[in-house]
Design a protein around this ligand. Structure first.
Ligand code: CAA
Length: 257
């Protein structure tokens, strides 16, 4: 399909999606989010793809939900159209998604990055939840996911004052997994994605599901879930191949089964 707001490429086993709406700093209009969902659906169905990288431009990963689109809405329109809910598609992706963030990741842009499985940031990245300055509040998970990433005090400060944090602070407080030079961002994100995509896809997906369970349940239930899923990996060809290859001192040949 032809996309107008994103670019979609395959790099070996990695799906690369680039937000590409430069005139609005990649503001996340409904059309862009619909295209993003279509691209993710296609990569989910493509058995050759094992991991997705989501990125933006050097200036902006995304400057938030599209303010021009939201400005005329009243409560009834926002509620009846279920504004923002289509974005949840990103968080429901079953294959891993890495956010590669340079420049602004503000409001919905920060929330979109947090829907991904981890964030690699360029040293130019700036994160923030400035919705309060617009007379509204985060609506795509910012109050919930940011709080789980960085704790109450910093999340509360970010959401109540709208201040931005730079990449160094974002790494220090656990919002991003690591910071790299801006010029290396895509290469580093692709390298991490290729590594993931070379592992057994079902085991990668089970691992992702298990880490995410930590955010949705008690420790005891999470441990029980992890144990059962760990046991389940022993039903795969790839677990047997991985352990046999280790003992035979050779590289494993995973077959995603
Ligand atoms: N929506 C729509 N258009 C946007 C936008 C947004 N979120 N962010 C930037 N743009 C547009 C600007 O209107 C401008 O368009 P024009 O050239 O047609 O005027 C263009 O992008 C370039 O922006 P600036 O001229 O403002 O660029 P700058 O370098 O001076 O500033 C910025 C960059 C600090 C990111 C600034 O653009 C900004 O503050 N943007 C808004 C950030 C924001 O408030 N995001 C939260 C949105 S609400 C939300 O996301 C709700 C939610 O939780 C789901």
């Amino acid at each position: 399909m032809g996309y107008e707001n994103i670019r979609v490429e395959k790099r070996g086993k990695v799906g690369l999606i680039t937000l590409d709406r430069p005139k609005a700093l990649n503001a996340l209009c409904a059309a862009l989010v619909a295209e993003l969902s279509t691209a993710l659906d296609a990569f989910e169905e493509d058995e050759k793809i094992g991991c997705v990288v989501l990125t933006g431009s050097a200036k902006a990963f995304a400057a938030g939900a599209d303010i021009k689109e939201m400005q005329p809405l009243d409560f009834t329109q926002a509620y009846l159209t279920d504004l923002i809910t289509p974005w949840d598609r990103v968080a429901r992706n079953r294959k891993p998604i890495i956010a590669a963030v340079a420049g602004y990741a503000l409001g919905g842009g920060c929330e979109l990055a947090m829907m991904c499985d981890f964030i690699i940031a360029a040293d130019t990245a700036k994160f923030g939840q400035p919705e309060i300055t617009l007379g509204t509040m985060p609506g795509a998970g910012g109050t919930q996911r940011l709080t789980r990433f960085v704790g109450k005090s910093k999340a509360m400060e970010m959401c109540l004052t709208g201040r931005m944090m730079d990449a160094e602070e974002a790494e220090r407080c656990g919002l991003v997994s690591r910071v790299v030079a801006a010029d290396d961002l895509i290469d580093e994100a692709l390298k991490a994605a290729e590594k993931i995509a070379d592992f057994s896809l079902p085991v990668v997906m089970l691992t992702k599901e298990s880490v995410n369970r930590a955010y949705e349940t008690t420790l005891a239930e999470g441990i029980r879930f992890e144990r059962r899923v760990f046991h389940a990996t022993f039903a795969t060809h790839d677990q047997n191949e991985g352990m046999t290859a280790f003992l035979e001192k050779r590289s494993p040949q995973f077959e995603n089964k």
